[in-house]
Design a protein around this ligand. Structure first.
Ligand SMILES: [Zn+2]
Length: 65
């Protein structure tokens, strides 16, 4: 199987990064962006930021339990 490798430019650090098409399936299942606009480093740091933000207002917006 051949992987289609995409060359994307990170929207945060403007660095180019490779994105294999094999990862796209995982992203789609994840429910988030299919084609990331950020490099893995910026993406993970953003995920941490989002997770940190999600903890704070969770009492009002989401009732999970
Ligand atoms: Zn980046």
């Amino acid at each position: 199987m051949a992987y289609t490798e995409l060359r994307l430019v990170c929207g945060d650090c403007m660095g180019s990064f490779a994105f294999a098409s094999g990862e796209q399936g995982a992203r789609t299942i994840d429910g988030s962006d299919v084609r990331p606009s950020r490099c893995p480093a910026c993406h993970s740091s953003r995920e941490r930021l989002r997770a940190a933000r999600a903890i704070a207002p969770v009492t009002v917006s989401r009732r999970r339990y």
